[in-house]
Write a protein that binds this ligand. Structure first.
Ligand code: CA
Length: 231
């Protein structure tokens, strides 16, 4: 049974979430503040953390940063809850490693589906295409075995999600990928409506790729495409 830690200071939301996640078969631990959340995380090593952004005392961003600094917890996916859509860029943009976010108000059912998707991709064996050889195109070298990307021999530090996104696009180079397709392949979501997640990650990925950023093209009104040749 997967263990989920919820850190949320609003009692109603905490209760609603705990109830729904227990119903879905998860073992649930809860904390109403950051310090307690950190202590529980270290003690329980959960399979996933649902973390509210705005907490009294240590906030969600700080707690996320601390979790990602700990060797035993750095691979634990973090799903951030936020009340404001404007905070999304901060959450994904910062080097915090939050794997995903959900904006409040959310439906518990939707949240459970997202959690299932995150846990599924975390435990999935490397897919066949992931063990395929490395991709070298233009200044980019993508090595799926080492999970490493280089641009003109400089190693680029990507999050797990950014890596999957780039790798997926590069494998399908020359072909447009819609946001829904990317959500399904990269995030494991079988439903649409999270195009903004894709856009935010693409923007961050391009920033990190630096001079190689234009290899990832926007196809207006459709999605994204990795170039076949230098533009
Ligand atoms: Ca809060």
């Amino acid at each position: 049974m997967a263990k989920i830690l919820i850190v949320e200071d609003e009692p109603d939301i905490l209760e609603l979430l705990s109830y729904n996640l227990r119903q879905a078969g998860y073992e649930v631990f809860t904390a109403a503040e950051g310090e307690e959340g950190l202590r529980l995380a270290e003690e329980q090593i959960p399979d996933l953390v649902v973390l509210d952004l705005m907490l009294p005392g240590m906030d969600g961003l700080e707690l996320c940063r601390l979790l990602k600094q700990r060797e035993s917890l750095r691979r634990v996916p973090v799903l951030m809850l936020t009340a404001k859509a404007e905070e999304v860029d901060r959450i994904v943009g910062l080097e915090l490693g939050a794997d995903d976010y959900v904006t409040k108000p959310f439906s518990p059912r939707e949240l459970v589906l997202r959690i299932k998707a995150i846990l599924r991709r975390g435990t999935a064996k490397p897919e066949e295409d992931e063990v395929e050889g490395r991709i070298a195109i233009g200044p980019l070298v993508i090595d799926p075995t080492a999970h490493q990307v280089q641009v003109a021999s400089r190693t680029v530090d990507l999050t797990a999600t950014e890596f999957r996104l780039l790798h997926t696009l590069a494998q399908r180079r020359g072909r447009v990928q819609t946001r829904d397709e990317l959500l399904e392949v990269v995030w494991g979501y079988q439903y649409s409506g999270y195009g903004r997640t894709v856009d935010t990650h693409i923007r961050r990925l391009r920033e990190k790729l630096g001079e190689a950023c234009d290899w990832v093209e926007t196809v207006r009104g459709v999605g994204y495409r990795f170039r076949r040749e230098p533009g």
